[in-house]
Ligand binder design. Sequence first.
Ligand code: NAD
Length: 253
Amino acid sequence: MTRDDLFNINAGICTTLAQAIAQAAPKAFVLVISNPVNSTVPIFAEVFKKQGVFDPKRLFGVTTLDCLRASTFVASVVGEPTKASEYVVPVIGGHAGYTILPLLSQSQPAVPQSIMSDKSKRDALIQRIQFGGDEVVEAKAGAGSATLSMAQAGAEFAGKVLRAAFGGETGIIAPSYVNLAADEANAKTIRGEIGKDLEYFSVNVTLGKNGIEKLNPIGKIDEAEAQLLKKAVEDLEPSIVKGVNFKAPPPKL
Ligand SMILES: NC(=O)c1ccc[n+]([C@@H]2O[C@H](COP(=O)([O-])OP(=O)(O)OC[C@H]3O[C@@H](n4cnc5c(N)ncnc54)[C@H](O)[C@@H]3O)[C@@H](O)[C@H]2O)c1
């Protein structure tokens, strides 16, 4: 199943969970990892809006696995596979296929010029980051998804949210797929950067006591990334609309 095939099953489950959260824990930080994240996060938001409890600063789509894949595959291509955790690559956009946009030009430490200027090497690296999930699903012959790496991603991101909210740590930054209303001032800049008035997008988020403290603008990207950004936005928009417009069927009696 693709992430979109999962929509019909997971959209209903997410609606039920969102309704329960809205009633039982309306102030909770909600970290959505169920796919397709590009649509399930809007589903949560719409339920929360309807129940009058929506706080965009407390709703997150977990895209950490894309960052883990980016670090791992970059380190591997560079020839330093054991140093994956040292590579920090911002991944923006969304969490499916071409909507996943790893900003190799912003990698810290930098991706060597020998890879950045070799189009076939660079394209292959980006493709592997974007479609790494399919690699796992195919390897398991459809019997599951990237369960353990998803667990690592979820634990890592939840840990960051908790450390910022309750551990007093400041300046923790992590990419997440969010409703841009979480920080209207920077959302304006981000919408300008992406060239479209999208309601949801994944960017580097600064975490704080109340969840999202700041959405960090994308910043400088290179020409190849600008092209990929156009494709990401094109693919992301219908997934957002699908989530926003989802109406759960009435419960079976
Ligand atoms: N965001 C990510 O990085 C990422 C990565 C991989 C997978 N995923 C997603 O994570 C989810 C789980 O993937 P998986 O491979 O572990 O699937 P899985 O089928 O192995 O596990 C799903 C679990 O959900 C339970 N479940 C089903 N309906 C439920 C309900 N109504 N309420 C509560 N629990 C329910 C099932 O019993 C099962 O244990 C999927 O949506 C998958 O697409 C996300």
